[in-house]
Design a protein around this ligand. Structure first.
Ligand code: 5GP
Length: 179
């Protein structure tokens, strides 16, 4: 893993290596495979940030499954705006499906706590959330996250799909904003 990196003039330090992430994603995949044996879950990946994690997570799952994508936005720069807007609507029929939402990171929890009730309206059999990262101390809403990768402190992170104003998604490791 490289030393500190700079994006848009801000310095980020190494935080979670690709190896650590891979071990965790494999573990999450095993848990999901165990819990959904005999079912056919529909993964719902939240764009843009979760696309890298989603690609790895579904390949770590040994169960018949489908994947679809939705785009939500609540972030501007480094801070959560608190308002969630659905940018790209969901086309799929969720009636009776076991839905697993794939999130890159849960911060205040506003995004999930507003999105899950919207999803419940569509009549799925079940809804679970898999999030690679959870900023436990930043949570302002009660969100049931069934599969948690890493609990992390309330500091801005980038890499592995996560960006800072459009940049950094291609970095294979996760970096944390340096003080
Ligand atoms: P919440 O609604 O839980 O506050 O925020 C969830 C969304 O905010 C995530 O899906 C992600 O897009 C964005 N987000 C939260 N924390 C971070 C962070 O540390 N880095 C980046 N790049 N995005 C974040």
């Amino acid at each position: 893993m490289k030393e500190n990196i700079t994006i848009h003039g801000l310095s980020f330090r190494p935080y979670l290596s690709r190896e650590q992430i891979a071990v965790k994603v494999a573990e999450m995949g095993r848990l999901i495979s165990r819990d959904y044996q005999g079912k056919r879950p529909l993964f719902l990946a939240v764009l843009n940030g979760a696309f890298v994690f989603a690609a790895d997570l579904i390949r770590a799952c040994d169960v018949d499954c489908a994947i679809t994508f939705i785009r939500l936005a609540s972030y501007e720069g480094l801070n959560s705006s608190g308002t969630v807007k659905t940018v790209i609507g969901l086309q799929d029929d969720l009636q009776g499906r076991d839905v697993i939402i794939i999130e890159d990171i849960v911060d205040t929890g506003h995004t999930m706590s507003q999105f899950i009730p919207q999803l419940e309206q569509l009549g799925p059999a079940s809804i679970a959330v898999a999030s690679l990262l959870v900023k436990t101390e930043a949570l302002e809403c009660e969100v049931d996250i069934r599969y948690v990768g890493f609990e992390i402190p309330t500091k801005f992170v980038i890499g592995y799909g996560l960006d800072y104003d459009g940049l950094g998604r291609n970095i294979p490791d996760i970096y944390q904003l340096a003080d």
